[in-house]
Design a protein around this ligand. Structure first.
Ligand SMILES: [Zn+2]
Length: 93
């Protein structure tokens, strides 16, 4: 005969899943992991388990196509035409 071995209307004896001691079923509480435990063994789920990572966006805000390559052979163009061609490529690119 233990301390919990007495009649209580509508109640029954149950064993705590953690400590194994006998309690009345009305004294046990269901824990977050589904275990039925006594008051001393009950604990809330740790708040760190509810933290969600912030979604990371790896996309660039804008993109551009790569400009065409300009190949220059020595003596092919004069300096004025070269400068115009280079400047246009920067503006178009
Ligand atoms: Zn217990």
């Amino acid at each position: 005969m233990g301390a919990r071995d007495h009649y209580k209307h509508g109640d029954f004896n149950a064993i705590c899943d953690v400590c194994g001691f006998k309690y009345k079923a009305s004294e046990l509480r269901k824990r977050w992991d589904g275990a039925l435990v006594c008051q001393e063994d009950w604990e809330p789920r740790h708040p760190q388990e509810f933290i969600r990572a912030i979604k990371e966006t790896n996309t660039l805000p804008f993109t551009r196509t790569e400009s065409e390559n300009i190949f220059i052979v020595v003596g092919d163009v004069d300096s004025l035409a070269l400068n115009t061609k280079v400047l246009n490529s920067f503006h178009l690119g």
